[in-house]
Design a protein around this ligand. Structure first.
Ligand code: SF4
Length: 333
C-alpha cells in the first residue's frame, strides 16, 4: 500500500477528505475503497485504481489458534513476515522492518537470508493491517505492536518512525506509544536518536550475552557496538526518558546459560538504575546450530538474577508451530 499516493491523490481535495480516507483504512479497516461510501464514486474509483487496498498475503494459524503468521508478498515480489500473537488480554503484532537483515546473528533465520532492502512505512503498516482486518472479523483489535520481526529497526530508522506515527495517530490506528516497542541488536545511534523523540515508545535491547567475547560469537554486530558502548547509550536513554528498558536474553543450551553468566549479567546491569530495566529470558527457538536451554538451567539463571535484585520475566513462546517465533522468521514457511 502506497501511503504517499493517498496524500497525492487527495492533494486537491478539502483537507477533511484525507482524514476521512485515513479513518476508512486504519479505523474502519475497509479492504476496498467501494466501502468508503462517504467518498464520491469518482474518488473511490480513482483510489481503487491508484491506491489499492488489497494486500497479497498467505496466513498460517498455529494449532492452538494463538499465533497467526502472515507471509506478505511485496510489489517487487520480496516476501516478509509478521506475526499476530493472541494473548488472553491483548493482541500483539510483531512486525518486520527490513527484507532480510545485514546483521547476521548466528541464531536467527532472518540473518541467514542476508539483507535485501529496507521496508517503506506503508509496507510496515500493511503488516499491522493484515492482523487488524483478521481481528475485526472477531470484533477484536490490535492492542500493541513490537518491532521484533525481520530486520534491525534502527537501520531503517526514518521509515520505522514514520510507520509508528501512523500507528500512534488518532486518525490512524490510535495505538498508544506505550504499546509500541522497538527491539534493537544494539545500534547505539538509534538508541540515542530515540531518546530525543517526543513519542514514548518502548525500547528493548537484544543482549543475549553478558560479555563481548561471548556475544560476538553469535552477534557479529557486537564488533562495532561493544556492550560498553551499548550500556553507555542505554544510560543516556534512561536519563533522558526515565522509561524502562527491556534486555532480551535468549537462553541457549550450554552456551550463554551458565550460572557464571547470570552473575556477570547482574554485575553488568548493576550500573543502571534498578527501577528502570528488566531482563526478559527467552527460550531459544531452534533454527539450526543451537539448542534451547533446559528448564532447570533457565530456572537457576533466573534465581541468580533475582537474588541480585534484577527484575526478570520469562517470555512465553509463541508461534513455534508456524515458524513465527523469535529468530525463526525467514520470508517463507
Ligand atoms: S536477530 Fe534481529 S538483528 Fe539479528 S539477524 Fe535476526 S533480524 Fe537481524
Amino acid at each position: 500500500m502506497n501511503l504517499y499516493s493517498l496524500e497525492k491523490i487527495l492533494a486537491d481535495e478539502p483537507a477533511f477528505r484525507l482524514k476521512q480516507a485515513r479513518e476508512a483504512v486504519f479505523s474502519k479497516l475497509i479492504e476496498n475503497w467501494d466501502e468508503a461510501t462517504n467518498l464520491s464514486a469518482a474518488l473511490r474509483g480513482k483510489l481503487n485504481e491508484e491506491c489499492p487496498l488489497k494486500i497479497d498475503f498467505k496466513k498460517f494459524i498455529s494449532d492452538d489458534g494463538a499465533t497467526i503468521k502472515f507471509l506478505i508478498t511485496l510489489t517487487d515480489d520480496f516476501k516478509i513476515e509478521s506475526v499476530l500473537m493472541r494473548h488472553e488480554e491483548r493482541n500483539t503484532v510483531c512486525v518486520s522492518s527490513e527484507v532480510g537483515c545485514p546483521l547476521a546473528c548466528a541464531f536467527c533465520a532472518t540473518g541467514k537470508m542476508g539483507f535485501k532492502r529496507n521496508l517503506l512505512p506503508g509496507e510496515i503498516i500493511e503488516q499491522v493491517l493484515c492482523s487488524a482486518r483478521f481481528l475485526k472479523k472477531e470484533k477484536q483489535k490490535v492492542d500493541s505492536v513490537v518491532f521484533m520481526g525481520m530486520g534491525e529497526p534502527f537501520l531503517n530508522y526514518e521509515n520505522v518512525l514514520s510507520a509508528i506515527k501512523i500507528l500512534n495517530d488518532k486518525d490512524g490506528f490510535g495505538i498508544g506509544a506505550r504499546h509500541i516497542s522497538i527491539s534493537t541488536a544494539g545500534v547505539v545511534e538509534g538508541i540515542r536518536k530515540l531518546a530525543k523523540e517526543s513519542m514514548q515508545v518502548n525500547l528493548a535491547i537484544s543482549l543475549h550475552a553478558p560479555n563481548d567475547k561471548l556475544r560476538n560469537e553469535i552477534m557479529p554486530v557486537g564488533k562495532k557496538y561493544s556492550i560498553k558502548k551499548i550500556m553507555s547509550a542505554v544510560g543516556e536513554y534512561l536519563e533522558a526518558t526515565d522509561r524502562k528498558v527491556m534486555f532480551e536474553y535468549l537462553m541457549i543450551k550450554n552456551f550463554n546459560d551458565k550460572p557464571e553468566y547470570a552473575r556477570e549479567l547482574a554485575a553488568l546491569l548493576a550500573e543502571l538504575p534498578r527501577n528502570l530495566y528488566f531482563v526478559n529470558l527467552i527460550l531459544y527457538n531452534p533454527t539450526g546450530g543451537f539448542e534451547p536451554s533446559k528448564k532447570e538451567a533457565v530456572q537457576k539463571f533466573k534465581e541468580i538474577l533475582q537474588r541480585a535484585h534484577v527484575s526478570v520475566t520469562e517470555r512465553y513462546r509463541f508461534g513455534r508451530g508456524v515458524k513465527g517465533a523469535c529468530g525463526q522468521l525467514a520470508g517463507g514457511k
